[in-house]
Design a protein around this ligand. Structure first.
Ligand code: DC
Length: 241
Protein backbone atom coordinates (compact mmCIF):
# COMPACT_ATOMS: atom_id res chain seq x y z
CA UNK A 1 0.00 0.00 0.00
CA UNK A 2 1.35 3.41 -0.87
CA UNK A 3 1.88 6.23 1.62
CA UNK A 4 -0.55 9.11 1.07
CA UNK A 5 -0.86 12.50 2.72
CA UNK A 6 -4.10 14.38 1.97
CA UNK A 7 -4.17 18.17 2.27
CA UNK A 8 -7.50 19.91 1.76
CA UNK A 9 -8.56 23.49 2.27
CA UNK A 10 -9.97 26.60 0.66
CA UNK A 11 -8.41 28.60 -2.19
CA UNK A 12 -5.31 30.54 -1.20
CA UNK A 13 -4.59 28.70 2.06
CA UNK A 14 -1.10 27.86 0.77
CA UNK A 15 -1.84 24.19 0.06
CA UNK A 16 0.32 23.85 -3.04
CA UNK A 17 3.38 25.60 -1.57
CA UNK A 18 3.14 23.55 1.60
CA UNK A 19 2.30 20.25 -0.11
CA UNK A 20 5.19 20.67 -2.56
CA UNK A 21 7.65 21.36 0.27
CA UNK A 22 6.40 18.42 2.37
CA UNK A 23 6.63 16.10 -0.66
CA UNK A 24 10.17 17.26 -1.37
CA UNK A 25 11.21 16.76 2.25
CA UNK A 26 9.76 13.22 2.27
CA UNK A 27 11.00 12.49 -1.26
CA UNK A 28 7.59 11.52 -2.54
CA UNK A 29 5.56 13.07 -5.36
CA UNK A 30 3.20 16.02 -5.10
CA UNK A 31 -0.16 15.70 -6.83
CA UNK A 32 -1.91 19.01 -7.47
CA UNK A 33 -5.54 18.02 -8.14
CA UNK A 34 -6.63 21.65 -8.59
CA UNK A 35 -4.43 21.72 -11.72
CA UNK A 36 -6.46 18.82 -13.15
CA UNK A 37 -9.74 20.70 -12.56
CA UNK A 38 -8.13 23.80 -14.03
CA UNK A 39 -7.11 21.85 -17.17
CA UNK A 40 -10.72 20.72 -17.56
CA UNK A 41 -11.85 24.34 -17.10
CA UNK A 42 -9.35 25.50 -19.72
CA UNK A 43 -10.81 23.00 -22.16
CA UNK A 44 -14.35 24.37 -21.51
CA UNK A 45 -13.19 27.99 -21.81
CA UNK A 46 -11.45 27.29 -25.12
CA UNK A 47 -14.60 25.58 -26.37
CA UNK A 48 -16.71 28.58 -25.32
CA UNK A 49 -18.85 26.54 -22.92
CA UNK A 50 -21.05 28.58 -20.57
CA UNK A 51 -19.98 27.95 -16.92
CA UNK A 52 -23.64 27.70 -15.88
CA UNK A 53 -24.44 25.06 -18.52
CA UNK A 54 -23.94 21.91 -16.43
CA UNK A 55 -25.42 19.61 -19.04
CA UNK A 56 -22.93 20.64 -21.74
CA UNK A 57 -20.02 20.50 -19.26
CA UNK A 58 -21.01 16.95 -18.22
CA UNK A 59 -21.41 15.82 -21.83
CA UNK A 60 -18.26 17.40 -23.20
CA UNK A 61 -15.84 16.53 -20.39
CA UNK A 62 -15.29 13.18 -22.15
CA UNK A 63 -13.54 15.07 -24.95
CA UNK A 64 -10.86 16.36 -22.57
CA UNK A 65 -8.10 13.81 -22.14
CA UNK A 66 -6.18 14.90 -19.05
CA UNK A 67 -2.97 13.16 -18.06
CA UNK A 68 -0.22 13.86 -15.57
CA UNK A 69 3.50 13.42 -15.95
CA UNK A 70 6.47 14.17 -13.71
CA UNK A 71 9.18 16.04 -15.52
CA UNK A 72 12.27 17.41 -13.76
CA UNK A 73 10.60 16.71 -10.43
CA UNK A 74 7.46 18.75 -11.18
CA UNK A 75 3.92 17.85 -12.17
CA UNK A 76 3.04 18.54 -15.80
CA UNK A 77 -0.60 18.48 -16.90
CA UNK A 78 -1.38 17.49 -20.46
CA UNK A 79 -4.70 18.40 -22.06
CA UNK A 80 -5.28 16.36 -25.20
CA UNK A 81 -1.53 15.96 -25.54
CA UNK A 82 -0.62 19.63 -24.94
CA UNK A 83 1.41 20.72 -21.90
CA UNK A 84 -0.95 23.35 -20.42
CA UNK A 85 0.89 24.13 -17.15
CA UNK A 86 1.55 27.72 -18.21
CA UNK A 87 -2.16 28.39 -18.89
CA UNK A 88 -3.68 27.16 -15.63
CA UNK A 89 -3.03 29.77 -12.96
CA UNK A 90 -5.23 32.66 -14.08
CA UNK A 91 -8.30 34.03 -12.24
CA UNK A 92 -10.42 33.23 -15.30
CA UNK A 93 -9.40 29.56 -15.29
CA UNK A 94 -9.74 29.37 -11.47
CA UNK A 95 -13.29 30.72 -11.56
CA UNK A 96 -14.26 28.42 -14.42
CA UNK A 97 -12.73 25.48 -12.50
CA UNK A 98 -14.89 26.30 -9.51
CA UNK A 99 -17.98 25.99 -11.75
CA UNK A 100 -16.95 22.96 -13.82
CA UNK A 101 -15.68 21.01 -10.78
CA UNK A 102 -19.22 21.02 -9.36
CA UNK A 103 -20.32 18.62 -12.13
CA UNK A 104 -20.35 14.94 -11.04
CA UNK A 105 -19.18 13.73 -14.48
CA UNK A 106 -16.08 15.93 -14.23
CA UNK A 107 -15.36 14.78 -10.67
CA UNK A 108 -15.81 11.09 -11.51
CA UNK A 109 -13.30 11.30 -14.31
CA UNK A 110 -10.65 13.21 -12.34
CA UNK A 111 -11.11 11.33 -9.05
CA UNK A 112 -10.42 8.09 -10.91
CA UNK A 113 -7.16 9.55 -12.29
CA UNK A 114 -6.18 10.75 -8.79
CA UNK A 115 -6.88 7.36 -7.16
CA UNK A 116 -4.85 5.49 -9.77
CA UNK A 117 -1.90 7.85 -9.19
CA UNK A 118 -2.11 7.59 -5.40
CA UNK A 119 -2.33 3.79 -5.50
CA UNK A 120 0.86 3.59 -7.56
CA UNK A 121 2.94 6.26 -5.85
CA UNK A 122 3.65 7.57 -2.36
CA UNK A 123 2.37 11.12 -2.57
CA UNK A 124 1.15 14.32 -0.99
CA UNK A 125 -2.13 15.18 -2.73
CA UNK A 126 -3.89 18.49 -2.27
CA UNK A 127 -7.39 19.62 -3.20
CA UNK A 128 -10.85 20.00 -1.68
CA UNK A 129 -12.11 16.42 -1.25
CA UNK A 130 -8.94 14.35 -0.89
CA UNK A 131 -9.42 13.34 2.75
CA UNK A 132 -13.20 13.04 2.50
CA UNK A 133 -13.63 11.33 -0.87
CA UNK A 134 -10.57 10.62 -3.03
CA UNK A 135 -8.32 9.00 -0.40
CA UNK A 136 -10.43 8.23 2.67
CA UNK A 137 -7.66 5.87 3.89
CA UNK A 138 -4.79 8.36 3.58
CA UNK A 139 -2.33 7.87 6.43
CA UNK A 140 -2.22 11.60 7.23
CA UNK A 141 -5.01 14.12 6.61
CA UNK A 142 -4.63 17.87 7.01
CA UNK A 143 -7.24 20.59 6.65
CA UNK A 144 -5.23 23.72 5.91
CA UNK A 145 -7.00 27.03 6.16
CA UNK A 146 -6.51 30.75 6.86
CA UNK A 147 -8.88 33.69 7.18
CA UNK A 148 -10.19 35.13 3.90
CA UNK A 149 -8.44 38.46 4.71
CA UNK A 150 -5.07 36.74 5.05
CA UNK A 151 -5.62 34.63 1.91
CA UNK A 152 -6.64 37.71 -0.09
CA UNK A 153 -3.57 39.63 1.09
CA UNK A 154 -1.29 36.74 0.05
CA UNK A 155 -2.91 36.54 -3.38
CA UNK A 156 -2.72 40.35 -3.75
CA UNK A 157 1.03 40.32 -3.05
CA UNK A 158 1.55 37.43 -5.51
CA UNK A 159 -0.28 39.29 -8.29
CA UNK A 160 1.56 42.55 -7.57
CA UNK A 161 4.88 40.68 -7.73
CA UNK A 162 3.85 39.40 -11.17
CA UNK A 163 3.15 43.00 -12.21
CA UNK A 164 -0.61 42.42 -12.49
CA UNK A 165 -3.05 45.21 -11.61
CA UNK A 166 -5.42 44.14 -8.85
CA UNK A 167 -7.68 45.29 -6.06
CA UNK A 168 -7.45 43.76 -2.59
CA UNK A 169 -11.17 44.06 -1.83
CA UNK A 170 -12.09 42.49 -5.17
CA UNK A 171 -9.72 39.57 -4.53
CA UNK A 172 -11.22 38.98 -1.07
CA UNK A 173 -14.73 39.06 -2.53
CA UNK A 174 -13.77 36.58 -5.25
CA UNK A 175 -12.10 34.26 -2.66
CA UNK A 176 -15.22 34.34 -0.48
CA UNK A 177 -17.46 33.61 -3.46
CA UNK A 178 -15.21 30.70 -4.48
CA UNK A 179 -15.25 29.36 -0.88
CA UNK A 180 -19.03 29.52 -0.89
CA UNK A 181 -19.30 27.63 -4.18
CA UNK A 182 -16.71 25.01 -3.15
CA UNK A 183 -18.33 24.47 0.27
CA UNK A 184 -21.97 24.43 -0.82
CA UNK A 185 -21.92 22.39 -4.01
CA UNK A 186 -23.93 19.19 -3.98
CA UNK A 187 -21.10 16.82 -4.91
CA UNK A 188 -17.97 16.47 -2.75
CA UNK A 189 -18.16 19.90 -1.15
CA UNK A 190 -15.08 21.24 0.60
CA UNK A 191 -15.18 20.22 4.24
CA UNK A 192 -12.80 18.96 6.89
CA UNK A 193 -12.68 15.16 7.15
CA UNK A 194 -13.53 13.91 10.65
CA UNK A 195 -10.05 12.46 11.05
CA UNK A 196 -8.19 15.44 9.53
CA UNK A 197 -6.01 17.73 11.64
CA UNK A 198 -6.94 21.40 11.34
CA UNK A 199 -4.00 23.72 10.64
CA UNK A 200 -4.89 27.43 10.55
CA UNK A 201 -1.99 29.21 8.86
CA UNK A 202 -3.33 32.77 9.37
CA UNK A 203 -0.58 33.57 11.87
CA UNK A 204 2.01 31.02 10.80
CA UNK A 205 4.95 31.27 8.42
CA UNK A 206 5.32 28.76 5.59
CA UNK A 207 8.19 27.08 7.44
CA UNK A 208 6.09 26.75 10.59
CA UNK A 209 3.27 25.08 8.67
CA UNK A 210 5.69 22.67 6.95
CA UNK A 211 7.29 21.80 10.30
CA UNK A 212 3.87 21.21 11.86
CA UNK A 213 2.82 18.82 9.08
CA UNK A 214 6.11 16.91 9.12
CA UNK A 215 5.73 16.56 12.87
CA UNK A 216 2.21 15.16 12.40
CA UNK A 217 3.61 12.68 9.86
CA UNK A 218 6.30 11.58 12.33
CA UNK A 219 3.78 11.15 15.13
CA UNK A 220 1.45 9.18 12.90
CA UNK A 221 4.36 6.99 11.73
CA UNK A 222 5.39 6.40 15.32
CA UNK A 223 1.80 5.69 16.35
CA UNK A 224 1.75 8.76 18.61
CA UNK A 225 -1.08 11.08 17.68
CA UNK A 226 -1.44 12.79 21.02
CA UNK A 227 -0.84 16.53 20.89
CA UNK A 228 1.79 16.34 23.62
CA UNK A 229 3.62 13.33 22.19
CA UNK A 230 7.30 13.96 21.53
CA UNK A 231 8.09 13.73 17.83
CA UNK A 232 10.04 10.65 16.82
CA UNK A 233 13.42 11.21 15.23
CA UNK A 234 13.50 11.61 11.45
CA UNK A 235 10.70 12.11 8.97
CA UNK A 236 8.02 9.58 8.15
CA UNK A 237 9.77 6.86 6.14
CA UNK A 238 9.16 6.76 2.43
CA UNK A 239 6.59 4.06 1.78
CA UNK A 240 5.40 3.46 5.27
CA UNK A 241 3.45 4.82 8.17
O1 DC B 1 -6.83 24.59 -5.74
P1 DC B 1 -7.19 25.33 -7.04
O2 DC B 1 -7.48 26.79 -6.84
O3 DC B 1 -6.18 25.11 -8.11
O4 DC B 1 -8.56 24.65 -7.53
C1 DC B 1 -9.31 25.14 -8.61
C2 DC B 1 -10.77 24.75 -8.45
O5 DC B 1 -10.89 23.33 -8.60
C3 DC B 1 -11.40 25.10 -7.11
O6 DC B 1 -12.34 26.15 -7.20
C4 DC B 1 -12.15 23.88 -6.68
C5 DC B 1 -11.78 22.81 -7.64
N1 DC B 1 -11.18 21.65 -7.00
C6 DC B 1 -12.05 20.67 -6.56
O7 DC B 1 -13.26 20.82 -6.68
N2 DC B 1 -11.55 19.52 -6.03
C7 DC B 1 -10.22 19.35 -5.90
N3 DC B 1 -9.78 18.20 -5.38
C8 DC B 1 -9.32 20.37 -6.30
C9 DC B 1 -9.84 21.52 -6.84
Amino acid sequence: MSYNIAIDGPAGAGKSTIAKAVAQKLQIIYVDTGAMYRAMALFMLREGVDPSDGETISGRCREADITIAYEEGGQVVYLNGENVNACLRTEEVGNMASATSAQPAVREKLVELQRVLAAKEDCVMDGRDIGTCVLPDAQVKIYLTASSEVRARRRYKELLAKGEKCDLKEIQKSIEERDYRDMHREHSPLRQAEDAVLVDSSDMTIDEVIARILELCRRRAAGRDDEEGRAADGDAPKGGA
